[in-house]
Design a binder for this molecule. Structure first.
Ligand SMILES: [Fe+2]
Length: 297
């Protein structure tokens, strides 16, 4: 069964769209796409029409995850596979497909109730991406828009859903000591990016999402963003560091919805033929603050 192949888009429910647009452009380097759609703000980071949909409904959390498959045949085969395994799936309406700028999508929920969409045929824009601040751009393409770390009520149920039903491969397991007890995480990939999603079950997180990560084309993009945060006294949730698991050089900043954004460079590319799952304990260097303050309140 062919599974999903990339993280296509994220929907976020936010209480302050204006603050998010400022943060996304001036800190992250994203581009606001304003085509007059009511109640939403689209954020672009590459040739796709958008990679984020901000919904102005105030819950300040992840609204949905959008995964991509290559074509209609893959989408329909995946839907059959999901339904054979007892997952309730519905079709996106014409209005929803128009709003997401995709040819077709299906809707379901992951085991923890995170709204999940799977699509094919996202809209590609021919006008060049114009970053919101000077930078070289983002590493996307076949690797997708980045990764997210989410909260799952059960690691076993989460692994079953993403691996056995959506077609992900497990990349690594990590146990991180934290003041609230050891945090176990599972990292899964759907392309050569080490993980497009990772999740943790204990201790519980207050939101569906812990952070999303965007990978810059240059290490300098990360450094300049870090300088900007320092100069403007903006919240840094975790200092510069490097994760041993995906080798990402990055730092974490708070966002207007109270969870984190990781801005990184140099992430690990998995060779599918030779990759072996590892079990790791602890972190790499840097990232001070991540273990002690995993979620900005
Ligand atoms: Fe991350």
């Amino acid at each position: 069964m062919a599974g999903v192949t990339q993280l296509c888009y994220l929907g976020l429910s936010v209480s302050d769209v204006a603050a998010w647009n400022r943060f996304a452009t001036s800190q992250l380097g994203l581009q606001v796409v304003d085509e007059g759609d009511e109640g939403v703000s689209y954020l672009r980071m590459d040739e796709y029409h958008h990679r984020f949909v901000l919904h102005a409904n105030g819950s300040d959390d992840l609204a949905y995850i959008g995964w991509q498959v290559p074509d209609a045949g893959a989408l329909h085969a995946l839907r059959e596979h999901l339904e054979r395994n007892g997952v309730a799936v519905s079709s996106g309406t014409e209005e929803e497909c128009t709003a997401r700028r995709v040819l077709e999508l299906i809707k379901l929920q992951d085991p923890s109730g995170i709204p999940t969409e799977i699509c094919y045929g996202p809209m590609i824009v021919t006008q060049p991406f114009i970053p919101g601040r000077p930078m070289t751009g983002f590493k996307t393409g076949d690797l997708g828009m980045g990764h997210l770390v989410a909260y799952e009520r059960s690691l076993e149920d989460g692994v079953h859903f993403y691996r056995d039903l959506l077609g992900f491969r497990v990349s690594d397991h990590v146990r991180m000591p934290t003041p609230g007890g050891d945090r176990t995480m599972v990292f899964l990939r759907c392309n050569a990016r080490h993980h497009s999603i990772a999740f943790t079950a204990t201790p519980p997180l207050p939101k569906r999402i812990h952070h999303f990560m965007l990978e810059c084309n240059s290490i300098d993009d990360v450094g300049f963003a870090h300088d900007l945060c320092k100069k403007q006294d903006l919240p840094i949730a975790a200092e510069l560091g490097r994760h041993p698991v995906d080798q990402m050089f990055s730092f974490f900043m708070g966002n207007p919805s109270g969870f984190n954004v990781e801005l990184g460079w140099g992430g690990r590319i998995v060779d599918e033929a030779s990759w072996r799952v590892h079990y790791r304990r602890g972190g790499g260097w840097g990232h001070e603050g991540l273990a002690n303050n995993p979620m900005r309140r």
